[in-house]
Design a protein around this ligand. Structure first.
Ligand code: ASP
Length: 321
């Protein structure tokens, strides 16, 4: 009897806890846009902060193209072992309506880890574009129409949604130019190769404050502390032109719960990291709360955003294969 108990106790003590040694090597975090853009910035700050509590480095990999769908697919198809994860934004919710042949279902192909951030968009142009105020800009676009070039990061990217919303609100079409991300767009805007874009404050606070680009409005209810002179779209007379861009972290479907929990807990710690908070504040980006940085909160957000955008995109009638 005593021996049996001892054997039973031993069996319990040697049963490995699944995922107990996770992570024991680098984790790859896919960014589905080019380096130097807002998603890249958010991912790198989050990866550094999460690495601290996970005890392993999270290495960011840019897999850009097709409005973020190429990088998302890479992660959907990756081994569900916790070593390949994704940072993606609102585009995760818009892709099902926009892409006729989307090779993954956002709600089914991933394990949500948690929300990361929320940021407003800014309407910006090359520094030497004529108009000085938002009102002047509207008159300029209405007069020049398709002679004005508008850059975006691919169908379904935040810059694309923002441009679509802007053009439909003012009832004037500009010529749209797709890029692989807002990093290269910013380079061309500063280089005066392109007229305008709408980009997350995450990416624009620096170039705006250094007068490398001109800012006309911010799409939030209130002005950003770090951009005190940039009026809100409501102040500028377009109250329905509002857009906040949220980001989340995902793992491939089938990733064990123990690993999802570890990643999610590391994400919550990251949201309290002092360096991350300081940088997010500088770039007018709001970190997720403890309640938001959870699998359930991201699942609920993604589900409701897919439902919200579906009719808007179908009404706009712009689709991709
Ligand atoms: N997130 C950006 C967009 O959707 C792209 C990027 O991060 O480069 O426009």
């Amino acid at each position: 009897m005593k021996l049996a108990l001892t054997i039973a106790a031993l069996a319990v003590s040697v049963t490995p806890v699944f995922g107990a040694d996770y992570p024991d090597r680098n984790i790859f975090m896919v960014v589905p846009y080019a380096a130097g853009g807002p998603t890249d910035t958010i991912a790198r700050l989050t990866a550094d902060a999460m690495s601290k509590s996970l005890g392993q480095q999270i290495v960011v990999e840019n897999v850009a193209g097709a409005g973020g769908t190429i990088g998302a697919r890479r992660v959907a198809d990756a081994d569900p072992d916790g070593y390949t994860i994704l940072v993606h934004h609102i585009g995760m919710a818009t892709a099902p309506a926009l892409y006729r042949q989307l090779p993954y279902k956002p709600l089914e192909a991933f394990e949500p880890i948690g929300l990361v951030s929320d940021a407003p968009m800014t309407v910006i142009s090359r520094a030497d574009l004529g108009p000085e105020s938002f009102e002047d800009l509207l008159a300029f676009i209405k007069q020049k129409g398709t002679n004005v070039t508008y850059a975006h990061a691919g169908l379904g990217a935040a810059s694309h949604l923002c441009g679509t919303l802007f053009m439909s609100t003012i009832g004037t079409q500009m010529t749209t130019v797709p890029y692989k991300g807002n990093g290269p767009i910013m380079t061309d805007l500063i280089g005066k190769q392109i007229d305008m874009t709408c980009d997350q404050a995450t990416n624009t606070v620096g170039p705006i404050t250094q007068n490398q680009v001109k800012a006309y409005a911010i799409t939030s209810d209130e002005r950003a502390e770090t951009l005190p002179d940039v009026r809100t779209t409501t102040e500028a007379g377009l109250p329905t032109f509002k857009l906040g861009v949220w980001h989340g972290v995902y793992a491939p479907k089938g990733t064990p719960k123990e690993i999802v929990d570890k990643l999610s807990s590391a994400l919550r710690s990251a949201m309290e990291d002092a360096t991350l908070n300081e940088r997010f504040a500088q770039i007018a980006t709001i970190p997720a709360t403890k309640e938001q940085a959870t699998p359930d909160a991201l699942h609920t957000k993604l589900d409701s955003e897919i439902k919200r955008w579906d009719p808007i995109i179908k009404a706009a009638g712009e689709f991709a294969d």
